[in-house]
Design a protein around this ligand. Structure first.
Ligand SMILES: C=C(O[C@@H]1C=C(C(=O)O)C=C[C@H]1O)C(=O)O
Length: 298
């Protein structure tokens, strides 16, 4: 709810959520304040919805925030980031990276495509990149030698290739290759390259239309609740995904949801590599500073 000081009228505010499992600890227990409505979709849909003005705030692919840094600002303390493997942004491949010829990309994702381009460029590789939807294994059987997949289906497919967990193994102990398919985790590759976290998503809005403080407060409360009850969140989503609870719990606790200094470092480093010459990235006031500052460049 946004309240005009002069008229006291409520202004509607629209949110667009990428509701993949990785944001469940923030979104599942979110109670929207009066006047705020939400739609959901995959990353590229929410990126477009924010940029076209269909929604006022969205958790979007960080690369779209960077590309549109002249008009967008991000919440200062919300991210979907990881240090090391993410498990759900995967390149499935049947030949070594150096020998890839044809790679299938998903139209759902902006961030992982930009990350893959950076990682390939760093290695001096230039396979043909094509959009193609469907299961990784099916596409590999159709003549692609690499398939990039993200989100819940990528997590399920990753586990399908390298699982299952036994009582003795942990997710970090699982192999990277099985049945002739190697799974390269792009966030892990980024960590090898830079030593920094990778920030996949930020919560962005147009600079002239920041979210009502009640919404941001409700998001912070929902995140505290979600992280405080991570085992319950994992149990619920494990059932939906058809994955073991242990896998989903590990998947979720591994995320960094607070856009802390290391996550910003990773974001800036990625911005410099992927979008040279981008406008300065700006973030809203940090918690407790809402009344003393309107925005801060970082
Ligand atoms: C890690 C993930 O992050 C998501 C991936 C995005 C993308 O690829 O554009 C966008 C937002 C993120 O929440 C994932 O869904 O697997």
């Amino acid at each position: 709810m946004s309240q005009s000081a002069s008229t006291g009228r409520l202004t509607p505010y629209r949110a667009g959520w990428i509701h993949f499992t990785n944001v469940a600890p923030i979104l599942d227990s979110l109670v929207l304040p009066p006047g705020v409505t939400a739609i959901t979709g995959v990353p590229t849909q929410m990126n477009a919805a924010l940029l076209s003005g269909q929604v006022d705030i969205a958790n979007i692919s960080a690369v779209e925030f960077i590309r549109n840094a002249d008009v967008l600002e991000a919440l200062p303390d919300f991210s979907v980031a990881v240090l090391g493997p993410v498990y759900s942004v995967n390149l499935f491949h049947t030949r070594p990276l150096e020998e890839l010829r044809r790679v299938a990309l998903t139209a759902q994702s902006a961030m992982s495509v930009a990350l893959l381009e950076v990682l390939l460029r760093e290695r001096g590789l230039s396979p043909t990149l094509e959009r193609a939807e469907g299961e990784a294994e099916a596409l590999l059987a159709q003549g692609f030698d690499g398939v990039l997949r993200i989100g819940d289906s990528a997590l399920r497919e990753w586990y399908g290739v390298v699982g299952p967990l036994t009582p003795e193994t942990t997710m970090t102990g699982l192999p990277h290759a099985a049945r002739g398919i190697t799974v390269t985790d792009l966030a892990e590759e980024w960590f090898r390259l830079t030593g920094h976290p990778f920030t996949f998503a930020v919560w962005a809005y147009r600079k002239d239309n920041p979210p009502p403080p009640e919404l941001v407060q409700a998001m912070r409360e929902a995140r505290r609740d979600g992280i405080g009850h991570l085992a319950d969140v994992a149990e619920r989503h494990a059932r939906k995904l058809g994955l073991p609870e242990r896998v989903v719990q590990h998947y979720l606790w591994n995320f960094r949801y607070h856009l802390e200094a290391p996550d910003r470092l990773g974001l800036h480093e990625f911005a410099a590599k992927a979008v040279p010459g981008h406008a300065p990235l700006t973030f809203g006031p940090r918690p407790g500073e809402e009344r003393t500052r309107s925005s801060a460049a970082d």
